[in-house]
Each structure stands twice: as C-alpha cells, then as structure tokens.
Design a protein around this ligand. Sequence first.
Ligand code: URA
Length: 234
Amino acid sequence: MRINKYIASAGIASRRKADELIENGNVKVNNIVLTELGYDVKPGDIVEVNGRPIDVEEKKIYIMLNKPTGYITSVKDEQLRPTVMDLVAEVDARIFPVGRLDYNTSGLLIMTNDGDFAYKVAHPKHKLGKTYIAKIQGFLTRGKIAKLEKGIDIGGFVTSPAKVNIIKELPKHTLVELTIYEGKNRQVRKMFKALGNPVVELERIAIGDVKLGRLAIGGYRKLTQKEIEHLSKA
Ligand code: URA
C-alpha cells in the first residue's frame, strides 16, 4: 500500500498531509527517514510518524493465485526475477504467500495478510493434504506406488503415507496425482527422484478440499468463506 494511504488509513493525517509529513522528514520506515513520496509499504515494514510507530489494522484478505512457472514465491527476489507479488500488484493490502511453490512449479498458491491463518495452513501438524499433478519420466511399478503410499526416504526424512492416483501413461511419461501431508523443500520432486522417475512438470491443484479448478494461469480470486473456514479449521 502506498505510504500516504497507509498513514491516512491509520487516521493520522489525510493523504495530502501525509505527503507533507514525508517531505518534511517526519516519516521513518525501518528507522530510516523516508524521502520517496510514492514508497510502497511492505509486509513487516515499521512505519513511524514523528517518532511513533503506527500500525494499520488491515481488513483480512484471502486469495487463491494460479501461479505460472517462472515466478519466485517470495515477496522480494535479490536476483530481481519475477515474483508472485507482481501478479497480485492490484491487491491493495500487504499480502504474502502461504508456503511456497518452486520457480518451476505452477498452480494453487494462497496469499493473505492474516499471519495466524498462514501459520495454520502451512503447519504440518494440521495435516492438510496438498495435491499435485506431476508429469514424471517413465512409469511407476506397483512396488514404486507402494513405496509412495508407505512413506519414502528423501534424504534424512521419511515422508508420511501419500495418496497416489495414476492419471495417464504417455509414451515416455506418466501423469500422477499425488497428495502429500507435509511440505518439505522440493518434496514431490525429491520423492519421484528417489524412485528414479524425475519430475518434468509439476502443478499443485488442491490444498485440503480447496481446489484450483479452472482459474486462469496467472489469475487470482478471493477464497470463499467456506474455503477460508475449511482451511482454518483443518
Ligand atoms: N514439491 C515440490 O517438489 N515442489 C513444489 O513446488 C511443491 C512441492
């Protein structure tokens, strides 16, 4: 949110007065006097006006994004690659991604400004299944499927039993629907690599009962009240 709007929504000054406060050097962001009128307040920024920290209680917002490949799931990228924030730039709230999808993974990503909700959804103890469609090299034998269903060692970590559903066998690849119950870094890729069937494409299609459906790639929509409740109760 633009700094003058942020200050105005805290009830401290009108937007125009907020600009004056900035010009007069009365506004600090993260302990540094702000010189840029058009500054965008980021999650975690500490804004002070005349030496007093201000906090704006934002309306809580919950969004589902269909993340394309080629975007980093983070608020900022030091290498200046595109981030998921670029896709939700029109959302006027300090939202951030819940959990992470790899640069080369597409699909369902939830974004919110509700820290408690984000913690619940991301925490493995809540056992929300995360469902992916993976295109993998080669084919899965019954033995390999059984390993996924039992739990597989991905290098110092044994996964919880996963649900596996073979969607289609292609000439050289298989499309597999996989539901996992944790969210270790690159977990799905590591699971299939451990079986000798590297992932070539990966898309997340659901978290718990919340489904991506037909949302356009790069598009987003608000979660329904029912979806929010499902995810927070899990
Ligand atoms: N597992 C992966 O390997 N990558 C993701 O992006 C999500 C789950």
